[in-house]
Design a protein around this ligand. Structure first.
Ligand code: SF4
Length: 216
């Protein structure tokens, strides 16, 4: 598999902006392409283009940063089948590896050492019909489920899903994040506390620090 290749938008070193390793220096490998079109998407520049790189080239670029944490993101990484051997190779190299996925594609073949950050798309994302609920039964303590919330209606929907699918028991973390510029973080924080929800509130650190510029 050493010569398998993937289409890559960018590889860069920054701080993890969200999820349970938030704030930790992390190399991001952003794969090109996504079959979804969430209305709030912040990585549309990764839908097309990119550069084809072999596993060996990707591993060498990652190693040059000497990271502890590596996050494979997109786009939708799982839309490229070679994302699976890439994830395994990164684990074999000794990194703490996470995968950010839309939740629309099967996570079953992902290396079990990877922490999978699986979105559940809300009604106001515009892509709720793409949620692959078969993934829920596969979640483990290593994994995280993420909701990006655009409105109070989204919050109410997500709250019901957390309960109905027992998400806080199945996954290590359930993350509620306000859609940047669409839902006030303070409102979401107040609702979570008022409802005593078993979820972690998060703000997207990279957007606050770097105003959502590519490469951070
Ligand atoms: S799944 Fe992620 S990359 Fe794809 S459209 Fe939605 S937010 Fe953008």
């Amino acid at each position: 598999m050493a010569d398998a290749s993937l289409r890559i938008t960018e590889i860069f070193y920054s701080l993890q902006g969200e999820a349970k390793t938030v704030g930790l220096p992390t190399v991001f490998v952003r794969l090109t392409g996504c079959p979804l079109r969430c209305q709030y998407c912040d990585s549309e520049y990764a839908f097309f283009g990119g550069e084809r790189k072999t596993l060996g080239e990707i591993l060498a670029e990652v190693a040059a940063f000497s990271p502890r944490y590596v996050c494979v993101t997109g786009g939708e990484p799982l839309a490229q089948p070679a994302s699976l051997p890439l994830l395994t190779a990164l684990c074999d190299a000794g990194y703490e590896v996470s995968l950010e996925t839309s939740g629309a594609l099967p996570i079953s073949a992902v290396d079990p050492r990877v922490s999978r950050v699986v979105d559940l798309k809300t009604p106001d994302s515009g892509e709720v019909s793409r949620n692959l609920y078969d993934n829920v039964a596969l979640l483990t303590e290593r994994d995280q489920v993420k909701f990006v919330l655009c409105s109070r209606a989204d919050y109410d929907w997500a709250r019901l899903k957390v309960d109905e699918l027992s998400l806080s028991e199945r996954a290590g973390e359930v993350l509620f994040s306000p859609s940047f510029g669409q839902l006030a973080g303070k409102n979401l924080a107040d609702w979570i506390v008022a409802d005593n929800l078993p979820v972690r509130f998060q703000l997207q650190l990279h957007k606050i620090l770097w105003d959502d510029a590519p490469g951070y």
